[in-house]
Write a protein that binds this ligand. Structure first.
Ligand code: F3S
Length: 274
């Protein structure tokens, strides 16, 4: 059986950066034993566990922290929370991905220019919650509402096809002017296009990454949309020989918070199983 492994895998730029920021904070004697991340620093349970063994504690309630340093995850955080942290006697370390920051900057500009803004993304994801907080109630565009000037931005890890579909739906509304921003990051776009490429040849796909990782779930969704058998796994331990029965080609792709060595282990285990 043919095994195709994506040549673009391992951590994306934003995840690498966030992990380095966390490691540097863990090495800093000033914060010893008091380093926290607001939510998981990246959406990969294995990496989060490794960092917690080194002393990075995941918290959801900033009131519980009295001293030390708090790291904002790669997904960013709502402005209100950031201001609250600044008022406390704790050090704020911002590991928000610059691509996420760029989406916030666009929203701030659009607000200043009087646009109603529509955000395409998973409303329960921390990145989208933060983007919506930057938009604010007054500037939020509600589907079907009347507005003179509307603008669309998306979650950085959105499925490109889904964003295009949402854009065409929103453009049916009544407005004078619309602006569309491609805030899907390059890394996400590249992983999605590699997945689509593999789907042309492969009859089974293995998608590697955190079960809570939005960009990994989207890769899996793309496979399912194309009606190709696909499995979303976090580690090689979840692989079963039955996945590959009577299959000719398997494609292995991974999310942006999946370590390179996890992908390698998956590819090696597939080789042994087939
Ligand atoms: Fe940033 Fe894109 Fe990674 S938004 S965290 S580079 S998936």
């Amino acid at each position: 059986m043919k095994i195709k492994v994506a040549n673009h895998s391992g951590f994306c730029f934003g995840v690498k950066r966030a992990i380095n920021i966390a490691k540097n904070a863990l090495r800093d004697s000033k914060y010893r034993e008091n380093i926290y991340s607001l939510g998981q620093i990246i959406h990969n349970p294995q990496v989060v566990r490794l960092l917690s063994e080194k002393g990075l504690y995941v918290v959801s309630d900033i009131d519980a922290i009295k001293k030390g340093a708090l790291i904002i995850s790669s997904h960013g955080a709502p402005q209100k929370i950031i201001e609250k942290i600044k008022r406390k006697k704790i050090k704020l370390i911002d590991a928000t991905c610059p691509f996420v920051k760029y989406a916030h900057d666009i929203i701030k500009r659009l607000k200043r220019d009087g646009y109603k803004i529509f955000v395409v993304g998973d409303k329960n994801h921390p990145e989208v919650k933060a983007l919506l907080s930057t938009v604010g109630k007054k500037n939020l565009y509600i589907r079907g509402a009347k507005a003179k000037k509307i603008a669309l931005v998306s979650q950085t890890t959105q499925n490109r096809d889904n964003y295009i579909k949402e854009i065409s739906d929103i453009l049916k509304a009544d407005f004078n002017e619309a602006r569309i921003f491609n805030t899907i990051c390059n890394d996400t776009a590249r992983r999605q296009s590699l997945t689509r490429e593999f789907l042309k040849e492969c009859d089974v796909m293995v998608v590697v990454g955190g079960k809570n990782s939005a960009n990994t779930k989207r890769l899996h969704h793309i496979c399912r949309e194309n009606r190709v058998d696909s499995y979303h796994i976090e580690t090689d331990a979840e692989l079963k020989s039955g996945f590959f029965l009577k299959k000719k080609c398997v494609g292995v792709v991974s999310g942006a918070s999946t370590p390179e060595k996890t992908v390698k282990k998956v590819a090696e285990r597939i080789k042994r199983l087939t």
